[in-house]
Design a protein around this ligand. Structure first.
Ligand SMILES: NC(=O)c1ccc[n+]([C@@H]2O[C@H](COP(=O)([O-])OP(=O)(O)OC[C@H]3O[C@@H](n4cnc5c(N)ncnc54)[C@H](OP(=O)(O)O)[C@@H]3O)[C@@H](O)[C@H]2O)c1
Length: 303
């Protein structure tokens, strides 16, 4: 089934992300006018991974569209670790740059943790630095990974106050599962994190009023795993082969089955996916405001 954006069961991430970008553009015009502040986002890409190239191109385009400055650094696949670290240090010290994103995965000769650990935490708009992960885990202000922020924005937009909601997060990665669980805890959900060793995963999922799937296994979560009326946020992006010899994108949930049972559901594509870059721009505005000692614009505060 093709998800229709005007179907009330569908959580339209594409439309939500467009609305968020428009709010960011308004806030940026205001920041420029009142404070002379124009945030800059630097993206570092090492190598020529086709998917990463597409992401980086889209990030740069959307950065400029909302009114920020985009700095792109494309390095050859055989770049030495020390050269990447040196570039990150230079960006840390560049006042025009308020956000730094190093596109993952990095080639094997480069230690990802070392690179992420070198990014100034106040410019770490991907939120992967341990300082930001620690701040989030201890309930302090942090730059939080973009996809989890997007998931929680969509859930709050649909469900309103999440206080007391039974949430199950399937997946415990550092970039999605763990931070999304921390954010939901902050929203006062009762959170269970499931993973590959969880017993009776279908039974556990059936307890969820809010189910977040971040597994990376195509269509693993079936319709009879969903509690009737639940809100399902599907983070999965999996490319599978079709009978016609083509490929298509599917989520971690079996969409058609889950749709029948759920009260609300994100489609793949068009659900969580578009939120990631919009939240990256959001994080960059926040980082710029903190560094310039300026209040985050009102229009972005309620998010
Ligand atoms: N912009 C976006 O929308 C966006 C951003 C990031 C990721 N994604 C997508 O989100 C999905 C997850 O990404 P990720 O980076 O978090 O993946 P990941 O690092 O591979 O983590 C997957 C998690 O799922 C768990 N898992 C795997 N098989 C399982 C099973 N059979 N039963 C229960 N749990 C299982 C793993 O458990 P263990 O820890 O026990 O191994 C792990 O915690 C992928 O499809 C990815 O493409 C989308």
């Amino acid at each position: 089934m093709n998800a229709k954006a005007d179907d009330p069961k569908i959580i339209d991430g594409k439309a939500f992300a467009a609305g968020l970008r428009s709010k960011i553009a308004t806030a940026l015009a205001d920041l420029k006018h009142k404070n002379g502040l124009v945030p800059g986002l630097a993206v570092v890409l090492v190598g020529e991974d086709p998917a990463s190239q597409v992401y980086v191109r889209n990030k740069a385009r959307q950065t400029v569209e909302v009114g920020m400055i985009s700095f792109e650094h494309k390095l050859p696949v055989d770049t030495r670790e020390e050269d990447v670290l040196e570039l990150v240090e230079r960006l840390n010290n560049d006042d025009r740059v308020h956000g730094i994103l190093v596109q993952l995965p990095l080639p094997d000769q480069i230690d990802t943790n070392k690179v992420i650990g070198t990014i100034d935490p106040s410019k770490d708009v991907d939120g992967f630095n341990v300082i930001n992960a620690g701040r989030l885990a201890t309930g302090q202000d942090a730059l939080v990974p973009c996809t989890p922020v997007g998931c929680v924005m969509l859930a709050k937009d649909r469900l309103g106050d999440l206080s007391g909601v039974n949430a199950v997060v399937v997946g415990r990665s550092n970039i999605v599962g763990k931070p999304v669980a921390q954010l939901l805890l902050k929203e006062n959900c009762t959170v269970t994190i499931a993973h590959s060793r969880t017993k009776d995963l279908p039974g556990l999922c059936r307890t969820a009023e809010l189910l977040i799937a971040a597994v990376g296994r195509p269509e693993m979560i079936r319709g009879d795993w969903i509690r009737p009326g639940a809100c399902v946020i599907d983070v999965g992006i999996n490319r599978i082969a079709t009978d016609e010899g083509k490929t298509r994108l599917v989520g971690d949930g079996a969409f058609q089955e889950a749709y029948e049972v759920a009260g609300a559901i994100t489609p793949v594509p068009g659900g969580v996916g578009p939120m990631t870059i919009a939240c990256l721009l959001f994080n960059t505005v926040r980082a710029a405001c903190v560094s310039a000692n300026v209040d985050v614009p009102e229009i972005l505060k309620s998010l």
